[in-house]
Ligand binder design. Sequence first.
Ligand SMILES: Cc1cc2nc3c(=O)[nH]c(=O)nc-3n(C[C@H](O)[C@H](O)[C@H](O)COP(=O)(O)O)c2cc1C
Length: 267
Amino acid sequence: MSPSRRPPPSCVSTSPATGARRCSPSTPRPTASCCPVHRTPRLSAPLEQTLYRRRTHRSFSAQPVSLHDLAVLLRTVFGPAEFIDGFEYGALIRRTSPSGGARQELDAYLAAPNVTGIPAGPFHYNSREHSLELLREGFTHTEAGALCVHQEGIDQAAFIVFVVAAWERLRAKYRHPRAYRVSHLNAGHLGQTFALAATALGLGPFQSAAFDDSAVESRLRLDSATHSTLYVLAAGHPTPGTPTDTADLNAFRHTTLRHGQPGRSDN
Ligand SMILES: Cc1cc2nc3c(=O)[nH]c(=O)nc-3n(C[C@H](O)[C@H](O)[C@H](O)COP(=O)(O)O)c2cc1C
């Protein structure tokens, strides 16, 4: 049976009232299908080793990622580290990555074509509750490739995280255009934390800005007027062998590393 056709686990159900199987942060649906995941975030790999081991991977094996590892990753990157008092803004979430004004306008939407124990999604990750909310069922590797304009390896990744901005959460505090930049910087922080956490778990991370915005937002059933997808993160078990693209002498002969050096004209 292909991973996307696995039956849903018992913790995933359909709302008896509406049949709804979607939930978004700006439109909470208390009856949405919910899949609580493990709460055991423990990364034991030393930081320095993790930093230097991190590489972008573009080739993944068919070995599925365990729900446990996915849960640790989601909790570490997108879950709450603590709840803080934002005074006039009420309770706010702190994550392991910084977020301008602690607005936490970025949410994780997940597709899991090769994760054990859950349907392929797509899901919304409810970071407050650390649960996965099933939006609808059926997501394939082929679809991942098509949504991400066939970036190398994305159609082999065990799971894909779409980092989505819910603009209203940011606008509640910041109403100037520069807030848009803040959100992109926030996405970069989450991307790096994702890459390091995945590496610490022995997974291979991938990240990309190359995807079809409209197609992704339609697939995730997002209102493009209020939500934007900023970043695609993915991971899986890497195929054995570290990617080797070490620069040789010939590469140094035509390097661009010198461009923009002080006192050097690039024209
Ligand atoms: C914002 C961003 C977007 C990226 N987009 C892509 C992409 O679309 N396709 C791809 O193959 N790699 C993409 N990458 C990966 C970079 O090419 C990679 O980080 C770079 O080659 C350095 O390799 P390293 O990550 O292993 O250090 C992206 C990286 C970043 C930070």
